[in-house]
Design a protein around this ligand. Sequence first.
Ligand code: ADP
Ligand code: MG
Length: 238
Amino acid sequence: MKDDAIVKISDVSFRYNGEPAISNINLEIKRGEFLGIIGPNGSGKTTLLKIMLGLLKPQKGYVQLFGQDINSFKDWSKIGYVPQKAGSDVTNFPISVEEVVGMGGADHETITNSLVKVEMAEHRKRLFRELSGGQQQRVFIARALAPKPELLILDEPTVGVDINSQTKFYQLLRDLNRNLKLTLALVSHDIDVVAHEVGEIACINCKLVCHGKPKDILKSNFMEKLYGKELRFVLHGH
Ligand code: ADP
Ligand code: MG
């Protein structure tokens, strides 16, 4: 069972008003993986996540979750989701950290356990809006962890988080992946960072450009295809 695909995307295409956003994508996420989905802005990353979450229905292809067709899949508590700019709905209200985590109906004990997992338990009474960007992201992860998902999907989670906190943030994600055996799919346009943090990367630019171990992909010429020549110089710094 170790190697089974918990997400299977088969030949999926999606168009907004006739404009292709995702084209003929085949991609599997295996149990235990830490997958980084990377690509330039507008390359279809968020669209692909929304398809995996059943929020958008592809015009072509099919999706299986935990071995089941997405159209009959009901066990949505197995999947946690931290959307892009997750903060915008709560940052303006005087709401506490524990209230944010409890929004989905989690009880006191679950809220505590979730905050402990992201090392934010001592901040539970604080106002959410007074936290740093990195701390706010931890709280959103705690909220997504409350239903005890097996797969956690994060869309651009480090936007607005300073570099120092980003490093700690990725450390947290690695711990969740290793210690809690949580399967992670993280979307980012920041390939430079992500490629050094995740176990696998999938590069998309409407189509799937490449998929594999970061070290194999970084030394291939796929990145150039994806981002253009300037990128080679950026990556050579590492
Ligand atoms: P990414 O997350 O990689 O930045 P998106 O999946 O958000 O990319 O968008 C992919 C493409 O689809 C872009 O060209 C974007 O403008 C377009 N798009 C995204 N959402 C919508 C929408 N709701 N209606 C029309 N076009 C959209
Ligand atoms: Mg996006």
